[in-house]
Write a protein that binds this ligand. Structure first.
Ligand code: URA
Length: 244
């Protein structure tokens, strides 16, 4: 279906100025649509096909924005918060009302996607889609092969709920320190899930970082708190999950 917007809204959405600022820009005949100077601010623009230029520079319409953030500890996975900095506050060049796709705990680091594409976010989080979320963790305790089996079978993280199959990989164990480094891959996103799974085997997660979601891996060139836009390829991978 053809999506149309008023010219002033189109330009305001793309950050050219506020609605009243862009009306002035249009009045000054600085805007052209398909090669013709725009004379009215309410002219309808087909966002996929019309060619809009301001001072000769093309302004393409971007409906959705997609970011990957390397979330640092200390910021909350919310859009607003009275006390803490939020993950949305960290994305300085957003032009849309973006929100985080799911939550990481305040003390968890790593891969967090942010977008204004509600359908995509909903699908990525849907348990029916079974999208793997892989975490790196440091554990207080010595993780061994039997725990791998327990994670596979599912763990009772409260009286009623047993987790779905999870893949536990041991990276290293330190007998002197009584610590382990592991990867765990889960398909759900229950509240504090990884921490509660380790609690169920009487161990504590002392550091947690998400490294991937489906085929989207945390870009290791991003330092904590840094972000980048997703590539076209990454966006198309995510959109394919919608079709599953
Ligand atoms: N599991 C947790 O316990 N915390 C997170 O932030 C993510 C998964």
């Amino acid at each position: 279906m053809k999506k149309q917007l008023r010219l002033d809204k189109y330009l305001a959405d793309m950050g050219v100025g506020t609605r009243s600022e862009v009306k002035v820009i249009i009045k000054k005949k600085r805007v052209s649509v398909n090669g013709q100077i725009a004379l009215k601010d309410n002219v309808k623009i087909d966002i996929d096909n019309d060619d809009v230029l301001v001072d000769g520079k093309k302004i393409a319409y971007v409906e959705y924005e997609y970011f990957m953030l390397n979330k640092p500890a200390g910021v909350v996975s919310a859009t607003t918060d009275d006390i803490n900095k939020t993950v949305v506050d960290l994305i300085e060049d957003k032009t849309k009302d973006i929100f985080p796709v799911g939550r990481l705990d305040k003390d968890t680091e790593g891969l967090l996607l942010l977008t204004n594409d509600g359908e995509l976010a909903h699908n990525l989080l849907s348990p029916r889609k079974h999208i793997d979320k892989k975490y790196y963790a440091i554990i207080n305790g010595l993780v061994d092969i039997e725990h791998i089996e327990q994670f596979k079978k599912g763990l009772n993280i409260n009286d009623e709920y047993t987790t779905k199959e999870a893949i536990l990989e041991i990276i290293s164990t330190d007998e002197n320190e009584g610590k382990s480094e592991i990867y765990v891959t889960i398909v759900e996103g229950k509240y504090h899930q990884v921490k509660r799974m380790f609690k169920a085997i009487c161990m504590e997660v002392t550091y947690l970082k998400r490294v991937s979601m489906g085929e989207i891996c945390l870009d290791e060139t991003l330092s904590l708190g840094e972000y980048r836009r997703l590539t076209e390829k990454e966006i198309s991978i995510l959109k394919n999950y919608n079709k599953r």
